[in-house]
Design a protein around this ligand. Structure first.
Ligand code: KG4
Ligand code: ZN
Length: 381
């Protein structure tokens, strides 16, 4: 079979993205229009504004992705789009546009789960760098602003299958980064700034204990065998613990001072936040990050050992975190388990991962019908 060029479209949250990928193994073009500037003043994504921004950006972003790839609607083989999970209104913009394009250009349409996309961001880059020999069982941690999930992934003749063996019971890990950043007046999204600031603080200054949530799922529908163990996460407690620490340590004044300094900076950079942070804030941020990273790494490695995993894959926006990467690399090496990450560019939301995940479905001729609809709560596995 010859080369297959898939145009991917992603609008599930606050990035309008389009990309062209060749045969699930080469990134040809990748355009991401980030709405961070729109949502920054609100300290989080405002769904209505996200939909409006997608509507504004979708046409130029898709055109640019095709142009950068030297492709036209006639020379791509299929259009792939994120069906869910994500914000309802945001998903609808990408899905309606992709449907209309597929109809007008008479190309097949492929529906992709956003979480599967994050997993395929890594698989795409591994293939690109010549690693085609993946060892199974493969465990994927998808950790982002909306998700913290563990999947056992298998490659079959007919495509990939996923089995969920753990998830967060409340907040996602990225959400905790964003909420703590909001509380401390460190802007939005919180992850990249906290990542930078944590390098300047003492990670052992404040202790944040985490409970081990390891159990047999009480819902028999979620169980594949009677004694299957699940490894669940929980990140709402640490957010409250940080809030309590801020109150007990009387940090309100220092937060207020930072707010005043930062509002006078037009496009604040991590260095501007650093200049506006005192030692206790840096220590708190470093301790928070250390606690979340330790929890993610320990629980994932315990699950990997339980399931005799041969390859670990860590992906999603939080996979861009420097401490998470170095801690995973070191601790997985101790267990003799190779761990794969996407490049930072493909860690956060993008459409290359959607086009890559669509390729096995293209081969299996799994095309969407004209009545395809988005699903904000779409599950994987
Ligand atoms: O995958 P993504 O772009 O969107 C979702 O699917 O949610 O992930 C965005 C999340 C945000 O919560 C952001 O704070 C977090 O990823 N993030 C980070 C870093 N870069 C982005 N968290 C920790 N460290 C980072 N360097
Ligand atoms: Zn995502």
């Amino acid at each position: 079979m010859g080369d297959t060029y898939i145009l991917g479209i992603e609008t599930s949250c606050d990035e309008t993205a389009a990309a062209v990928v060749r045969s699930g193994e080469e990134l040809i073009s990748n355009v991401v229009y980030s709405q961070i500037a729109t949502h920054h003043p609100y300290g989080g994504v405002v769904p209505e504004l996200a939909s409006r921004e997608h509507l504004r950006a979708i046409v130029p972003v898709v055109r640019k992705a095709l142009e950068d790839a030297g492709k036209t609607y006639d020379t791509i083989d299929a259009i792939a789009v994120t069906q869910g999970p994500g914000l309802a209104g945001a998903l609808l913009v990408g899905l309606s546009y992709a449907k209309a394009l597929a109809f007008a250009a008479d190309r097949p349409l492929i529906a992709v789960n956003h979480l599967e996309g994050h997993i395929h961001a890594v698989l795409l880059e591994e293939r690109e760098s010549g690693n085609t020999d993946l060892q199974f069982p493969l465990l994927a941690l998808v950790v982002s602003g909306g998700h913290t999930h563990l999947y056992l992934a298998e490659r079959r003749e007919s495509g990939w299958t996923y089995r969920n063996i753990g998830h967060t019971r409340d907040d996602a890990a990225g959400e905790a980064f964003d909420k703590v950043a909001k509380l401390l007046e460190l802007g939005y999204p919180g992850g990249p700034v906290i990542d930078f600031l944590a390098q300047h603080g003492n990670p052992n200054a404040v202790k944040f204990p985490f409970a081990q949530i390891k159990h047999r799922d009480r819902n028999p529908e979620n169980r594949h065998s009677p004694d299957e163990r699940r490894t669940d996460f929980s990140y709402s407690g640490i957010k409250t613990a940080v809030l309590r620490y801020v109150e007990v340590q009387n940090m309100a004044e220092s937060i207020q001072r930072r707010r005043e300094v930062i509002t006078s900076v037009p496009n604040p950079k991590p260095e501007d936040y650093l200049a506006a942070c005192d030692r206790p804030t840096l220590d708190l941020v470093a301790s928070f990050q250390r606690a979340v990273v330790d929890d993610l790494v320990s629980k994932t490695l315990t699950a990997a050992i339980d399931y005799g995993v041969a390859t670990l894959l860590v992906t999603g926006g939080v996979a861009a975190n420097s401490e998470l990467r170095s801690t995973f690399a070191a601790r997985a090496a101790e267990e003799g388990i190779p761990v794969l990450f996407p490049s930072r560019k493909l860690s956060t939301d993008n459409a290359a991962m959607i086009a890559a995940a669509a390729y096995p479905r293209f081969l299996a001729r799994e095309f969407a019908n004209a009545d395809l609809s988005s699903d904000p709560a779409l599950k994987l596995g």
